[in-house]
Design a protein around this ligand. Structure first.
Ligand code: E4P
Length: 217
């Protein structure tokens, strides 16, 4: 399963990418607003760092505006993926942009039927938001299970990009279900490194080694 970082903050992305664990990145208007600065420059920089798919989202809500912004986003770098919301205009824009060879990520997906429609119009990625479903007492991961099964049944090339990830268990479940990608906030990726037994184990190894060196001296 590919691991994308869900952030618009270049420093955070750079630190994680330097570990060799990041395959791409996703942003959205909220994350870009939080990052501040020139969005085009930031997206260009993220592409340089991750050298993989980087989603930049349109803010237009009409078809023509989405196409215009989509072309603009795609021109930033060869790694750019145009993110469009799942609306009628978004679906139509996905069909047009995908037909032109521009990869599209259809976002704000909350059901398997929405994912099916996005796949039918050639989306490169669909982004089901599992955390936001969990927030309203609905099993977000069940939607991932349904989408993975449907895409497998019909051999859609669309990748299932699990979004709105809140904790490491989401990542384990997504991987077990065979999702293609998980996009995670840097704080969640940091949690993947933590295990108390690793810390205790390393401390003991180093202490034992130190003791043996003291005896040898
Ligand atoms: C990913 O593409 C989304 O922008 C992101 O995962 C949304 O996460 P949130 O529900 O935590 O805002």
């Amino acid at each position: 399963m590919k691991l994308f970082v869900d952030s618009g903050i270049v420093k955070e992305i750079e630190a994680l990418a330097s570990l060799g664990i990041i395959d791409g990145a996703t942003t959205n208007p909220s994350l870009m607003a939080k990052a501040g600065g020139d969005p085009r420059q930031i997206l260009k920089e993220i592409c340089r760092i991750v050298q993989g798919p980087v989603s930049g989202e349109v803010v237009a809500t009409d078809y023509e505006g989405m196409i215009r912004e989509g072309h603009d986003i795609a021109a930033i770098d060869e790694h750019m993926v145009v993110k469009v919301p799942f609306t009628r205009d978004g679906v139509k824009a996905c069909k047009t942009l995908s037909g032109e060879g521009i990869p599209v990520n259809v976002t704000l997906i909350f059901s398997a039927t929405q994912a099916l429609l996005a796949a039918k119009v050639g989306a490169a990625f669909v982004s089901p938001f599992i955390g936001r479903l969990d927030d309203i007492a609905t099993d977000g991961m069940h939607v991932i299970e349904e989408i993975v099964e449907i895409f497998d049944n019909y051999e859609f090339g669309t990748e299932v990009l699990v979004a709105s990830v809140r904790h490491p268990i989401h990542i384990v479940q997504a991987a077990r279900l065979g999702a293609d990608v998980c996009t995670c906030p840097p704080a969640v990726i940091d949690q993947l490194f933590k295990h108390p037994l690793t810390d205790i184990g390393l401390e003991k190894f180093l202490k034992d080694w130190e003791k043996s060196q003291a005896v040898a001296r």
